[in-house]
Design a protein around this ligand. Sequence first.
Ligand code: FRU
Length: 499
Amino acid sequence: MTRRLMIWCGFLLLLHLACNSPAPVTTAEAHRPRFHFTPPSGWMNDPNGLVYQNGEYHLFYQHYPDSTVWGPMHWGHAVTRDLINWQHLPIALYPDSLGYIFSGSAVADTANTSGLKQGSATPLVALFTYDKQGFETQGLAYSTDNGRTWQKYDKNPVIGNPGEKDFRDPKVFYHQASGHWIMCLAVKDHIEFYRSQNLLQWQKTGSFGKTYGSHGGVWECPDLFPLTNPETGVTKWILLVSINPGGPNGGSSTQYFTGSFNGTTFTCEEDTAQVRWLDYGPDNYAGVTWNNVPGNRRIFLGWMSNWNYGQVVPTATWRSAMTVPRELTLQQAGNNWTVASLPVKELEALRQNEQPIAAGEEMSFNGLADMEITFDLTTNPEEAGMVFTNNSNEQLRIGYEREHNRLYIDRSRAGKAGFSDRFIPVSYAPRISDSTRLTLRIVLDVASAELFADNGLTCMTSVFFPSATFNRFKMYYRGKTSPFIEGKWYALKEARFSK
Ligand code: FRU
């Protein structure tokens, strides 16, 4: 071979490798997800200011750019047009003399009710919490250039502190029926409702929750929105409330209530003692939904971590990721209205060829997969699920256990775990559906698994830190007869994260 030909062959080989295998992982970037949102560097927690405007879904997030642990909070910023590929943008809000910039939301003030419009673009208005050594007030900032630059309102705060220690995380939306902007605010052990005509002056109208749901920890990051069941046309208002600690598998988690909202307060339809979790896994917290999404879709994003160990997980240059964007729907399960979650359909664009899952056969993959497997529970399996393995002899198990009628994610042998004794090895979720057909949809990235059982009626999210990428998987069961009905899977491509 001539020298020139050899160089060409080498180049083509490298090109082939680059296109067909995940990008090489440097030690510093080990465990960096490939299609879940992560900050370029530094610390991240809650998603904030989720608003859709002009073809862009904005994501702001709790961010400390100078360290990989929590500190003076900023709002980091990114946008996506397709809920898959992201563009990082400059930090939107920096702490100032009124405090750190804690969680909050953003709206598009289309009718310029705030009078903050300059030029032709619809003003984007963010309402967030200022935290000054635990003293919390609500502040406002606005952008008149599609979210590229932000000004703080010169008369901040717009809501002062009424004498409460925990008084934060405003979620604002426009309520057509009452012609008002509504704000839900988490106040220690309950949610307060405020309303406004102009986003600047706010009046308290009601409160909910002191005697409802779970109170194992402080209430944070509320969200309130209607969902309509497509089959019956029934509409329920859903109130999301994150709580930390007190989650079903320890630490942080998000509960929800179903009921009605009359423009001033929320009325729950459930018994005061009933507790319902949006996601039972240990790693989905502070999630909220986008305002203004076209087509009446309710799209949710959560922080894929847990305050029990989020600051000590073994990543080097950044900490934590968001869940995949999920669409929430109202579904009937027995006598209850249940909020089901599924990955947004846009995620399917990352799928490569559909491949069957064969019972008992081991498949190879590159660590990124979307799969669905169906089991027949009339065969009475003691256990059934999927096991993922790697070249370091580690494994991750995701399955169903008949004895307790529950789902689980077992990360006890899935890699590094010694960084915290609160990084629980196995998490469990009660199965909500009573169908004899059980489907497990599993979305796997290099350091996380998201389980959507029974079309999203029961969800679990769990992170893990393997020494090598999981590159094989297979179905398993314990019992006399194979419960396997069918299965299919897709290798996933990486998403793009640009600057
Ligand atoms: C939830 C939370 C919020 C607060 C923010 C601070 O994770 O505690 O209540 O606004 O994080 O970063």
